[in-house]
Design a protein around this ligand. Structure first.
Ligand code: SAH
Ligand code: SF4
Ligand code: F3S
Length: 473
């Protein structure tokens, strides 16, 4: 039976996957008779995973699955993250629960994919202790979900397909969008930076940029379909284009995206400080579409720790960069990521981090406790700092961050600004929620017909991380 599949199926992508989508569709019609089977996709982790889940959902929808809210769905998929240990623990916890659900409904299909699956120990554990999981794949072959599902149907046993790395970028497969008016667009995959604490380069592979023509085409077709805001995605967008046959910088790509008629807002994530160019600052300054927001992960304010993290900048270089950005873009909202508890961090190191937060006055910051990731260089360092000390330092840093965000948010109180209306308020149907260019949210009176449009809103009251406002006509 397996041989038959291989000889029948086209070798080239995406044709091969389109073939398997059709095969799975036929199976769905026969297997579920006159009902539409349901799927439930849970996504952990970052925007990359969210985007991957949209692609997977696009393929599964084509096959005939429809969304369901609960885990009693016919097809349950967890797209996993492994950046910190608690992300992994959450998945194992949920799997324990799913096992019971599947005992009552043996026809249910369970699929695991994403970053956690790129780790050997995880795969070993699934092979041994999680036999009830039907399909397992990693980050490099998500485009193959239809083929793997078909293999599972034919083989009737656990299917595991993990690739170590890839240079393949498969275009033109179906995808869905969570929002009709905004979309994430991959501009590059993988990461070559090897920050010593981080597992991402090991689970997402080497950096590869998408062809600019494919990116522009995708955005043009999104705009035709009603999208007004795009988020360009990559682990380090500032190094975009370096590996292309005809190299192109991120700043140049942005200039091309800016030209797309009908597109109103451009965002991007994430910028590594070491690669942020003067050209990028110039393009942002001249742009009418690039949002007033830059996420610039600091990780630590101590040059000593930054060196141990392999971040390739010092405290002074980071501060100089911020100064240059603020001189050119005075209203920019700066946000960041901070890790507290890197092995053998000292009180002095933490004071340096706090000093940077105070000097930069970040608009907001994601603050993480360092999590040891097996296989990374930092995992080998013997850490002598007790957990309780890390916790105390974390709370201290968090307070400074919160203080800085509150002061910044307050500055906009009373101003009228343009927002993109994103959704109706869950608790009060007379309210809608809009996003400012700086990424903060505002709730105001309005109906759901406004969703997807840009309107002006007066920010009457600052509530810390969001505003209460009123629409201005
Ligand atoms: N590519 C992005 C970050 C992706 S991971 C960048 O370089 O900015 C998102 C964030 O998770 C990182 O910025 C870092 O702050 C945090 N992180 C990564 N590895 C971590 C670890 N081992 N422990 C705690 N936080 C970590
Ligand atoms: Fe991880 Fe560093 Fe790559 Fe970001 S740049 S994904 S923190 S290795
Ligand atoms: Fe997590 Fe993978 Fe993103 S490890 S943070 S989902 S790239």
């Amino acid at each position: 039976m397996k041989d038959l599949i291989i000889t029948d199926a086209p070798e080239k992508e995406p044709e091969r996957q389109l073939y398997f989508i059709e095969k799975c569709r036929e199976w769905v019609r026969e297997h579920y008779k006159d009902r539409k089977p349901t799927m439930n996709i849970k996504t952990f982790g970052c925007q990359m995973n969210a985007k991957d889940s949209e692609k997977i959902e696009g393929i599964l929808s084509k096959i005939g699955f429809v969304g369901a809210d609960d885990e009693k769905a016919d097809f349950v998929l967890y797209n996993t993250c492994t950046v910190r240990e608690n992300a992994n623990l959450k998945v194992y916890g949920r799997l324990g629960h799913l096992k019971k659900v599947k005992e009552k409904n043996p026809d249910m299909l369970i699929c695991l994919c994403g970053c956690m699956m790129q780790e050997n120990e995880v795969i070993e554990k699934i092979r041994k202790s999680y036999r009830f999981v039907d399909i397992v794949f990693g980050t490099h072959n998500i485009f193959k979900v239809a083929e793997l599902l078909y293999n599972r149907i034919v083989a009737k046993s656990q299917i595991i397909d993990i690739w170590k790395d890839t240079d393949m970028i498969v275009e033109n497969l179906p995808s869905v969008r969570k929002y009709s008016f905004k979309a994430g667009v991959n501009i590059m995959y993988g990461c070559n930076n090897f920050c010593t604490y981080c597992i991402v380069p090991y689970v997402r592979g080497r950096e590869r940029s998408r062809n600019p023509k494919d990116i522009i085409c995708e955005i043009e077709s999104l705009v035709k379909d009603g999208v007004v805001e795009v988020m360009l995605l990559g682990q380090n967008v500032n190094s975009y284009g370096k590996t292309l046959d005809e190299p192109m910088s991120f700043a140049e790509l942005l200039e091309e995206v800016e030209k797309i008629e009908g597109l109103k807002r451009i965002r991007f994530m994430t910028s590594h400080p070491k690669d942020l160019s003067d050209d990028l600052i110039r393009v942002m300054k001249n742009s009418k579409k690039i949002c007033n927001h830059l996420h610039l992960p600091l990780q630590s304010g101590s040059s000593d720790i930054l060196k141990k993290m392999n971040r390739h900048y010092t405290k002074e270089q980071y501060l100089d960069l911020v100064k240059k950005i603020k001189e050119n873009l005075p209203d920019i909202s700066l946000t960041t990521d901070i890790i507290v508890g890197f092995p053998n961090e000292t009180d002095q190191d933490i004071e340096e981090t706090i000093d940077v937060i105070k000097q930069v006055e970040f608009d907001s910051a994601f603050t993480f406790v360092y999590s040891r990731r097996t296989g990374t260089p930092a995992a080998k360092i013997v850490d002598t700092v007790p957990e309780s000390v890390v916790k105390e330092r974390f709370d201290k840093v968090l307070k400074v961050v919160q203080n800085s965000s509150a002061i910044n948010a307050k500055k906009l109180e009373g101003k009228t600004m343009e927002v993109l209306v994103e959704e109706q308020n869950d608790h009060d149907e007379s309210l809608v929620t809009g996003r400012l260019s700086n990424n903060l949210l505002v709730h105001f009176k309005g109906n759901k017909e406004l969703i997807g449009s840009l309107v002006n809103v007066k920010l009457n009251e600052c509530k810390g991380f969001y505003y209460i406002g009123e629409m201005v006509y």
